[in-house]
Ligand binder design. Structure first.
Ligand SMILES: Cc1cc2nc3c(=O)[nH]c(=O)nc-3n(C[C@H](O)[C@H](O)[C@H](O)COP(=O)(O)OP(=O)(O)OC[C@H]3O[C@@H](n4cnc5c(N)ncnc54)[C@H](O)[C@@H]3O)c2cc1C
Length: 341
């Protein structure tokens, strides 16, 4: 592993301005690195801008099998949010999640809750949420205030000391933080991205009746998350990384939503599309690549918002040589490599 420790004032490039790249940029700029974030896409035009914004360890452990093993790690990630959000004026909705649906299905969910050692109730108080777009805007503004610069251009290649941009420029940077979500998976920037797989997600947005402080409703194959609009999500289309809205693929989502709320008119609902990217165990790759000078922060599956403060702390700890803490190994960027030396 090409570990390195940089001094305050070193130039660090971040590829990707989603939740992970923006949170890392903020943390690094505050430490005193000279940070530039490169991303050709407009703000919000990524999975981070499409997400429902749930910070939901228990729901994820219940409804996304790869996350079942990671409940306590996800809870520790969630617990970093109150301080992180407060400093950025990001509002956390703590109205929880209510499980609704057929009695037999609810019983099945209760059995899963019991197996996870949690209070056996269909109201999950421990899951929170935020408004993803407001949070992404707040992160970018805070990172800029701390000195980070955002440039609308893609990163093409990196060797220690030499960053090549898609517009042909070569710039001097000492390290590259790779936070490219589903982008850059051909191994050019870091070979470990070969372990990432895309999952297309479509989410419907309908007018939200009632306040954003109501609980999320979790049904069989669907959630209804109140907010600026009602977010009805989300499809899990494994292996797909296109952004084309596909009404056909949202049929079962619509049916599941209408089974819970027959009066919900989804004819005019907007479809938002994002691509998540996952590792085989569902946790992100965070840490040094085999490629010198490249630090990965990618592959957060359905939990990029949940993990953003934890990943940002880890990125900072890797770059400053600080104590990595007990969760670093589970996310080690090289854990799927045959040889880690
Ligand atoms: C429908 C849906 C619902 C979701 N709901 C939730 C939820 O409720 N809670 C939660 O925690 N998570 C949720 N997620 C998952 C979450 O959105 C992702 O895990 C998270 O957004 C990943 O953030 P990221 O910064 O890694 O990647 P992204 O947000 O995908 O950002 C990556 C950025 O990298 C840029 N990029 C790519 N290649 C390059 C390059 N070569 N150079 C420079 N920039 C590049 C892209 O333009 C993009 O802006 C949801 C996702 C979807 C799709």
């Amino acid at each position: 592993m090409r570990a390195m420790k940089l001094q305050s004032g070193a130039r660090v490039a971040v590829a990707g301005a989603g939740a992970l790249g923006s949170a890392a940029a903020l943390r690094l700029a505050r430490f005193g690195f000279r940070v530039t974030v490169f991303d050709p896409a407009p703000l919000w035009a990524n999975a981070s801008g499409v997400a429902a914004g749930m910070l939901a360890p228990m729901s994820e452990a219940l409804f996304d099998p790869p996350s079942r093993e990671h409940l306590n790690l996800m809870r520790r990630a969630r617990d970093l949010w109150p301080d992180f959000a407060l400093a950025l004026d990001i509002e956390l909705a703590r109205s929880g999640v209510r499980v609704e649906g057929r009695p037999a299905w609810r019983d099945e969910v209760l059995a899963r809750i019991r197996a996870l050692g949690a209070p056996e109730t269909t109201y999950i108080a421990e899951d929170w949420r935020l408004d993803a777009r407001q949070a992404l805007s707040a992160l970018r503004a805070a990172a800029q205030e701390a000195g980070a610069v955002f440039e609308a251009v893609a990163v093409d290649a990196f060797e220690p000391g030499a960053l090549r941009l898609a517009d042909g420029r070569n710039e001097r940077f000492e390290a590259l933080v790779l936070a490219t979500g589903p982008g850059a998976r051909d191994g050019t920037l870091a070979p470990e991205t070969a372990h990432l797989a895309p999952i297309k997600g479509q989410i419907l947005r309908a007018p939200c009746k009632g306040g954003a402080d109501l609980p999320v409703i979790r049904g069989e194959g669907v959630y209804l998350a109140p907010g600026a609009s009602l977010a009805i999500g989300a499809t899990m289309e494994h292996g797909r990384d296109d952004l084309a809205p596909d009404v056909e693929a949202t049929r079962s989502l619509r049916a599941a939503a209408n089974a819970l709320r027959p009066d919900l008119d989804l004819e005019g609902a907007e479809i938002d599309v994002g691509v998540r990217v996952t590792t085989p165990d569902g946790l992100p790759l965070v840490g040094w690549s085999r490629k010198p000078g490249v630090l990965l922060a990618v592959g957060a599956r359905r939990n990029g918002w949940l993990f953003a403060p934890l990943v940002a702390d880890l990125v900072a700890a890797y770059l400053t040589g600080d104590n990595l803490g007990s969760d670093a190994e589970a996310m080690n960027a090289r854990r799927f490599e045959a040889s880690k030396s």
